[in-house]
Design a protein around this ligand. Structure first.
Ligand code: NAD
Length: 423
């Protein structure tokens, strides 16, 4: 008898199947040629690597790493590098497909990629992590800004991207800031990059709420995940006057009907505290946060958290997907039937993809943009994506903004494939 997969592996494997299901449905909605779907049901190429690392105690460990180039019809393959124990290839394939679509949704001249190393960064010393990141770049042999541009993701940060950029530049013997994204500003990273996704999610909530006649400043919200994305959304919502009634991290969450003090929770988390240890609010589980009594729900932690079993208990009327794939296709059907509006991940969380394009533009031209310029352009771009998606949903007569966004993206990819003579 085969051993059942751990829950996380099942979820990540499902997320790729879910992505392919969305691809097929959206292709039907957008009347996309079958040859495009055929080309997009698997990545263009996958590189699998073995990284030998000398650990601090002198022993040798060999880590597995991957880079998935999903589709580069619209431009150079681009996006994050995930370091996570138990990382699987299906997870990376799904994320690389999401990036392909996300770049197309945002009108960015970029293809979709994702890379990763199977390792628990918390179990590595700083030196071991640095050697691993440098080894990843040496084995990847990146060909520069016009081929494949790795960025950050879970388990990587501006610091790790700084090491990767340095390794690349040492190998090439030149400066090439556009070769790596999400690096520290002093090395050419964009101002506003760290907050871009959370700010983008917040801006799409404001724009959609406006369309729905919902006043965010008098509404309530719940946020799952209190990291770079969830923490930023919670703070920006709180600043508008919105009552943020529940937030959680991996250990659980806190709830207060009167609204939480997000500033105090941020300081608590910055000092290394778990949210459940925060005094002055009721402890709740991660699952409770998703079904909190509130108008706006932001799942901003991991994939597949709103599923067939709990979808009926979700009370929110507007869901903004901060994480990638947090609502399964089955749950989405149930929620749409109940009239819930879902801002899909490829629109809601494409803020970092947009600011990575700004980072690239600055890197290629040797210029520096002010934070005001970055945020103004981000707002224009992401609200434009939301509005375009909402109009397309009307024209295509679909209730699903996800299908409309994907269909729009697929049309652009189809056109690029046609002009390239691929189909
Ligand atoms: P992060 O590591 O900064 O924060 C993640 C948060 O989620 C933490 O509070 C963590 O404790 C919590 N968490 C982790 N596992 C959880 C679980 N199983 N249940 C509940 N909470 C859990 O990560 P982030 O950068 O904020 O990214 C959050 C999500 O958004 C990820 O899925 C990521 O892929 C996606 N995303 C991030 C960006 C970005 O620019 N950071 C862009 C697009 C999508």
């Amino acid at each position: 008898m085969s051993t059942p997969l751990p829950v996380e592996s099942r979820q990540t494997s499902n997320v790729f199947h879910g992505a392919l299901e969305t691809l097929e449905t959206a292709a039907a909605v957008g009347k996309i040629r079958p040859s495009v779907v055929q080309l997009l049901t698997s990545p263009r190429r996958i590189l699998e690597m073995r990284l030998p690392i000398t650990m601090d105690d002198g022993t040798l460990r060999v880590f597995t790493a991957y880079r998935v180039h999903y589709c580069d019809a619209l431009g150079p393959a681009r996006d994050g590098t995930r370091i996570r124990a138990g990382l699987g290839i299906d997870e990376l394939k799904a994320l690389a497909l999401f990036m392909t679509i996300k770049h197309a949704v945002a009108h960015l001249p970029a293809g979709g990629a994702k890379g990763g190393i199977v390792a628990d960064p918390d179990q590595l010393s700083r030196g071991e992590l640095e050697r691993l990141c440098r080894s990843f770049i040496r084995h990847l042999e990146p060909k520069g800004p016009w081929a494949d541009v790795p960025g950050a993701d879970i388990g990587t940060s501006a610091v790790t991207m700084g090491w990767m950029l340095d390794e690349y530049e040492q190998i090439m013997g030149l400066h090439s800031p556009a070769a790596i994204n999400d690096k520290p500003p002093i090395l050419g990273g964009s101002l506003g990059g760290a907050e871009a996704t959370g700010r983008g999610v917040f801006l799409t909530i404001l724009a959609m709420a406006n369309r729905m006649g919902l006043d965010v400043s008098t509404s309530s919200a719940a946020v799952q995940g209190f990291g770079q994305v969830g923490g930023t959304v919670a703070r920006l919502l709180h600043q508008t006057g919105c009552r943020v009634v529940a937030v959680s991290d991996i250990h659980g969450g806190v709830w207060s009907d009167a609204g939480l003090d997000i500033g105090a929770l941020e300081s608590h988390a910055r000092d290394g505290g778990r949210l459940v240890e925060f005094t002055g609010a009721k402890r709740v589980s991660n699952d409770d946060v998703l079904v909190s009594e509130c108008e706006i729900l932001i799942p901003a932690a991991v994939q597949s958290v709103v599923h067939r079993k709990n979808a009926k208990d979700v009370r929110a009327i507007l869901i903004a997907e901060g994480a990638n794939g947090p609502v399964t296709p089955e749950a989405e059907r149930e929620l749409l039937d109940r009239g819930v509006t879902i801002i899909p991940d490829v629109v809601a969380n494409c803020g970092s993809a947009i600011v990575c394009q700004f980072e690239r533009a600055q890197g290629l031209t040797g210029s520096r943009w002010s934070l005001g310029k970055v945020n103004r352009r981000l707002e224009r771009a992401i609200v434009g994506c939301l509005e375009e998606t909402a109009s397309a949903a009307g024209e295509m007569q679909t209730r699903s903004l996800r299908h409309a966004a994907w269909a729009n993206a697929l049309k652009r990819i189809e056109e690029a494939m046609l002009f390239r003579g691929w189909i």
